[in-house]
Write a protein that binds this ligand. Structure first.
Ligand code: C2E
Ligand code: CA
Ligand code: CA
Length: 802
């Protein structure tokens, strides 16, 4: 037999076996087969029956001793007197054994100890019966006293009849006892050598057999009872363990909804002490004790109380709110006996997490106001409600001016702070029915509910601009921004949220292009503007496919010699209906449409090819878009030089500040690699953006082009002279060349010539952008003059003519 299973097929548990809970223990209800061992607990209980209640033993033995003593006295037989003494000794020994057994705190705790007690009992009981049997034998063989013989036989048979009543639990012991009694008795009868006595022996045999059968039957009945009891005990233990260790609360109620079973987890979930008296409580009483109320029915029909649900025996689940703020779900499952099982789950944490997720999905993390998705969802409802009420809603699209520069210069921490402050200021201006949201970046939106007319909407717009124009104080820093707003009103009788947003967006676009810090209402003309832009986008796609672009070239003149050192390539789009279109219109579009990388590569190639044909080693300057740096611009430049066969030192690339604002280290590397090729890197439009001086030494640049805005106040104020001269000197001191663009007048030229720190000049006065065919003649003709002044006159004349 294996170690893990005993004779009954029952698995034993090993201490620390973690699979215990998962094992199914089958306790068999039928009798163990002959020769198989009993379960330990049952065996122990059987042994225990032998020692319990020794009253019958004492009474029986007392009668026997008296009977033996009477026979000894009547017959004056010493042998019978000895029997009397022997019985006294045996019974004393048995009583001592029983006493010791009863004193043992766990006599049948182990199989071995039970077996030891059983053995002791067997010996005592066996000897007891044997002495009685011998008493009968002696009465029959050593005396002729009929009374003694009759008495001994009657007492012995009487004792035998009592055996099943006392020792049925162990059939083996009963058999020994029966044997001990009857074998000497029958032997005595046989030794009488009398047929009638022999017949007595025959009559006794069925009686003996019947005694054995009685013992067996009684043992079987006892065993059944013990086994059933044992099974109930095990089941109860398991049920208890399951109830006490389950993560859910569980309660069983009867058909009157009175609590029958309830685990500690349920009281814990309800926030009640473990010791709560549940006697005669209905489940509703229990909820009332916990101060719990039903808040939501997740299935089944109304109403929101639990009692009708329990009585209706329909099952379902509900959510309850407990007095301490937690919540739980109760799942009701009717049982066939009319009662209900209620399973409770604490959902406080899950709810909190769900709320958190919902918040994240609905609100902007920086400002804690609605994000785009939630704003649009809410707006749809409000617009429909306003439409029904016959009023308008106004949608304000707000774009912060100069926010980007705060973010770039002071960092994102300041940027976030600013956004929060903006959101707070806006909140302060809104009514309780108005909605505020952030669509990302520096775009805020306001939906103004119940607007009677445009005036009401424009009053809010101007108040918002006014509020956002006031300086902000962030961590001790005074920051001034502003805002542009586009407003659109919902038309009555038409609910189209997309259209409303499109209109507000168009109005905002107009506000921004009109010079910022202003608000604009949507008007129908703006739709036309969009239509025009859409058409232009389509046309640009076609132009890209048919290559309808041309390069014009504009000279850059070295101030000292008045010779053209470089020509800047400027892209033109020859539109079939609208003529030449400026790059300021279509370059941003090409950037948005993702065409610029390919277009820029074409420009580089064409410019390099053109430059190859130019006299006097004249260089070409090509403008690069920031977007081009997102792909491998160095390789594109190399390809252009290689395919045109142009030496790298004849190419200049012009970048703007936007390039430097991108990922600094990769941009620096790209610029360095360009410079390593031998190409000159020029920073264009210096003075229009941040004009951060840190760029000048943080990036590998060789030339700086000052924007023409530097020349705006020339001749009017001394300040512009000081600034221009100072900036030029600084740049030169860093070892970089200085160009100034936008020279349109003789005064401006004279002013620039008067300064020491400008290397090159560019402008309509000295040369306009001309097509590829014309630039060669410009280059040739302008070089004809032998003196500097001649060459200047020539340049001016040519520029004037073109
Ligand atoms: P930019 O690089 O600053 O080019 C100078 C712009 O100023 C040119 O305008 C030029 O025609 C104009 N300009 C030159 N001298 C004067 C002057 O004396 N007075 C005035 N008022 N304007 C003058 P254009 O050709 O319209 O180009 C505008 C911008 O488009 C360029 O500004 C450049 O940023 C961009 N661009 C032009 N071609 C390309 C190109 O191939 N690729 C890229 N990415 N951008 C280009
Ligand atoms: Ca340029
Ligand atoms: Ca420029």
């Amino acid at each position: 037999m294996s170690d893990d299973a005993d004779a009954c097929g029952r698995e034993r548990h090993h201490a620390g076996d973690d699979s215990f809970a998962r094992r199914t223990i089958v306790v068999r209800n039928e009798l163990p087969k002959a020769g198989l061992k009993l379960p330990r607990e049952v065996y122990g209980l059987l042994v225990d029956t032998l020692f319990r209640d020794s009253r019958s033993l004492v009474i029986g033995t007392a009668t026997t001793i008296v009977a033996v003593a009477v026979t000894a006295a009547k017959t004056q037989s010493l042998a019978l007197a000895a029997c009397c003494v022997a019985i006294l000794v045996v019974i004393s020994a048995r009583l001592v054994l029983i006493k010791r057994y009863l004193a043992d705190p766990a006599p049948v705790a182990t199989e071995a100890s039970a077996a030891r007690w059983e053995l002791g009992y067997s010996i005592g009981a066996g000897l007891h019966c044997l002495v009685l049997g011998i008493w009968c034998l002696l009465c029959l063989t050593t005396t002729t006293d009929g009374f003694a013989q009759l008495l001994s036989a009657v007492v012995t048979i009487g004792c035998a009849a009592a055996i099943p009543g006392r020792n049925f639990g162990r059939v083996g012991i009963a058999s020994i006892q029966i044997g001990g009694l009857f074998l000497p008795l029958c032997l005595g009868w046989i030794l009488q050598a009398n047929w009638y006595y022999a017949f007595l022996t025959l009559v006794t045999l069925p009686f003996v057999a019947a005694l054995r059968i009685m013992c067996q039957r009684l043992q079987a009945t006892l065993l059944d009872a013990l086994t059933a009891n044992n099974k109930i005990g095990v089941l109860a233990e398991r049920f208890d363990a399951a109830l006490n260790n389950m993560p859910h609360g569980l309660c069983m109620v009867d058909r009157e909804t009175r609590v029958q079973v309830c685990n500690p987890r349920l009281t814990e979930i309800l926030g009640l002490p473990r010791t709560t008296d549940l006697q005669n409580l209905t489940f509703s009483d229990l909820l009332a004790k916990a101060g719990a109320t039903v808040s939501l029915r997740t299935s089944g029909p109304d109403p929101l109380t639990i009692e009708p649900m329990l009585h209706a025996r329909e099952g379902g689940s509900i959510v309850i709110e407990i007095a301490d703020g937690r919540s739980a779900t109760l799942t009701l499952q009717p049982m066939s006996n009319g009662g209900t099982v209620i399973v409770a789950e604490d959902i406080t944490l899950r709810r909190e997490t769900e709320d958190k997720i919902l918040r994240l999905a609905r609100y902007d993390t920086v400002t804690d106001i609605s994000n785009r998705a939630f704003f649009v969802e809410e707006m749809t409802g409000r617009v429909a409600a306003a439409d029904q009420a016959g009023t308008h809603c106004a949608l304000h699209f707000i774009d912060l001016d100069r926010f980007k520069s705060v973010n770039d210069t002071l960092g994102h921490a300041y940027g976030d702070l600013l956004l929060r402050e903006v959101s707070d200021r806006l909140k302060g201006l809104l009514g309780s029915d108005d909605l505020l949201g952030r669509f990302g970046g520096d775009e805020f939106v306001v939906l103004q509910s119940s607007v009677a007319d445009e005036q009401q909407a424009s009053a809010l717009s101007s108040a918002m601009i006014e509020a956002l124009t006031q300086p902000f104080l962030l961590l001790g820093k005074r920051i001034k921004i502003g805002a542009s707003i586009g407003v659109a009103l919902t038309p009555i009788g038409r609910i189209d949220v997309d259209l409303l947003m499109q209109r507000a967006d168009l109005a905002l676009y107009r506000a921004k292009t009109a010079g910022r810090g202003r608000w604009f209402f949507f008007d129908a003309g703006m739709d036309q503007e969009v239509l025009r832009r859409r058409t232009l986008e389509l046309d640009l796609t076609t132009a890209f496919q048919t290559d309808a672009f041309e390069l014009f070239y504009q000279p850059l003149v070295t101030l000292e010699t008045m010779r053209i050192g470089t020509c800047e390539a400027l892209l033109r789009w020859r539109h079939p209906e609208r003529g030449l279109i400026s790059p300021t219109v279509f370059i941003p579009m090409a950037e948005e449409m993702g065409l610029i990388t390919e277009l820029g590569a074409r420009v580089l190639h064409l410019a390099c090819v053109a430059c190859r044909t130019w006299p006097n080693e004249t260089r070409v300057a090509v403008n690069l878009s920031a977007v081009q740096f997102q792909s491998d611009i160095v390789e594109t430049i190399q390809d252009a030089l290689w395919s045109a066969g142009l030496p790298a030192n004849r190419l200049e690339v012009e970048i703007t500040e936007t390039v430097l604002l991108q990922n600094t280290s990769s941009i620096r590397t790209a610029l360095q690699r360009i410079q390593d090729l031998g190409v000159t890197v020029v920073l264009d439009d210096f003075g229009t953006g941040h004009s951060s001086l840190s760029y000048l030494h943080n990036f590998p640049l060789q030339k700086i082009k000052l924007d023409r805005s530097f020349l705006e106040d020339v001749g009017k104020s001394e300040r512009s002279l000081i600034i221009l001269d100072g900036v030029g000197a600084l740049i030169q001191r860093l070892g970089l060349a200085v160009v100034i663009e936008g020279i349109e007048t003789d005064d401006q030229l004279a002013f620039v010539r008067g300064m020491k720190h400008i290397d090159e000049v560019q402008g309509f006065l000295l040369g306009r952008p001309v097509p590829r065919d014309e630039i060669i003649s410009v280059l040739e003709r302008s070089a004809l003059g032998s003196r500097q002044s001649d060459r200047l006159d020539l340049l001016k004349a040519i520029a004037c003519a073109s």
